[in-house]
Write a protein that binds this ligand. Structure first.
Ligand code: NAD
Ligand code: TYD
Length: 354
């Protein structure tokens, strides 16, 4: 079995569903259920004995130690994060608390558990740290894409907190020998993404006839990856990655924000005639402070060494993502109304459940 943290968030819940479908071995899913965590993402697993959900904090050393000792996972896959750049600009402290201090707590618990494992199991143990390309900073239009040797230059409090967590993971390998693998991935999109990030925000706002805010001149570039491709890359890095190594993961799909937004509008015009042409809703708004201009990933290493490459093209992935949101208006409704939070409060209160 494996322990997943943050498995009720966007990528984590896609990973849990994908893992159980492909690998099939049990998962303990530790998630605090912040605003970004939505247990309803995993509603299809309600009666699946292979999925044990535990509400709790990665920084709760006692809880993590208990889960590790009880369930004896062969790996930890660490997604739990405060993940939204704009929120980090308004309140950086929580990002340091979860992403840095929380990761440190998790590493400490992992180290203690790993040190006591029987030798044969210890060798196979992995701590897979899921990170971002934002740790590398911003590229100019003609710069080469980020590789694993690009110097760290984080620009937002989110990116800085992720960079700090990456360094701690590196140090735990170097100093204590903990078998860690770090993945640095580009922007993801797909089902279950919380509508504060660009793609789901634009879909959800367009469906509600609300403005589609584009920061600055809209020419900032992101390298988009369909979430299932990211999940597969993590599975492969977990199975075949070399301890102590880092792997960049990206979609080779650089797009300017304005092009992403107009593509979504065109897809909606076709799949959801009401409100067309949706591009009339576009509004240019004040830029994000310190807004990174361009991200791009060179994924040569993971392709060459581990045999991974993305399967989904951006155009088809974007289309199926828009279709997913249209087919899951109940999910959108529960998220936008905050109703899923009331459900969490009612079901879990402030308790941890195991
Ligand atoms: P998310 O914000 O959707 O989900 C984060 C999850 O972590 C939520 O379920 C939340 O409840 C949980 N969580 C937060 N604090 C916690 C704590 N202290 N203890 C336990 N659980 C906690 O994030 P996401 O987009 O799914 O990102 C997952 C990981 O992937 C992050 O490490 C992020 O840095 C990385 N990443 C994301 C992207 C992207 O485009 N979304 C791209 C590259 C890398
Ligand atoms: P986001 O989804 O927040 O991801 P990140 O900042 O981690 O890359 O934003 C993606 C891009 O879209 C980024 O350049 C900021 C921009 N953006 C907008 O133009 N408008 C918006 O309302 C949001 C949320 C983002």
């Amino acid at each position: 079995m494996i322990l997943v943290t943050g498995g009720a968030g966007f990528i984590g819940s896609n990973f849990v569903l994908d893992w159980l479908a492909v690998e099939g071995t049990p998962i303990v899913n530790l998630d605090k259920l912040t605003y970004a965590g939505n247990i309803r993402n995993l509603a299809s697993l309600e009666s699946d004995a292979r999925h044990l959900f535990v509400r709790g904090d990665i920084g709760d050393g006692e809880l993590v130690a208990r889960l590790l000792n009880e369930h004896r996972p062969r790996a930890i896959v660490h997604f739990a994060t405060e993940s939204h750049v704009d929120r980090s600009i308004h309140g950086p402290a929580e990002f340091v608390e979860t992403n840095v201090v929380g990761t440190l707590g998790l590493l400490e618990a992992a180290r203690a558990y790993w040190a006591r494992m029987p030798a044969a199991e210890r060798e196979g143990f992995r701590f897979l740290h899921v990170s971002t390309d934002e740790v590398y900073g911003s590229l100019e239009a003609t710069d080469p894409a980020f590789s694993e040797t690009t110097p760290y230059a984080p620009n937002s409090p989110y990116a800085a907190s992720k960079a700090a967590s990456d360094h701690l993971v590196r140090a735990y390998h170097h100093t204590y020998g903990l078998p860690t693998v770090t993945t640095n991935c580009s922007n993801n999109y797909g089902p279950f993404q919380f509508p504060e990030k660009l793609i789901p925000l634009v879909i959800v706002n367009a469906l509600a006839g609300k403005p589609l805010p584009i920061y600055g001149d809209g020419r900032n570039v992101r390298d988009w990856l369909y979430v299932n491709d990211h999940c597969e890359a993590i599975r492969i890095a977990l199975a075949r990655g070399t301890p102590g190594e880092t792997y960049n993961i990206g979609g080779s799909a650089e797009r300017a924000n304005v092009d992403v937004v107009t593509s979504i509008c065109a897809i909606l015009d076709e799949l959801h005639r009401e409100g067309a042409p949706h591009k009339n809703l576009i509004e240019y708004v004040t830029d994000r402070p310190g807004h990174d201009r361009r991200y791009a990933i060179d994924a040569t290493k993971i392709t060459r060494e581990l045999g991974w490459s993305p399967k989904e093209r951006f155009e088809t992935g974007l289309r199926s993502t828009v279709a997913w949101y249209l087919d899951h208006m109940d999910w959108v409704q529960s998220v936008t109304s905050g109703e899923y939070r009331q459900w969490v409060a009612m079901n879990y209160g402030t308790r941890s459940v195991a």
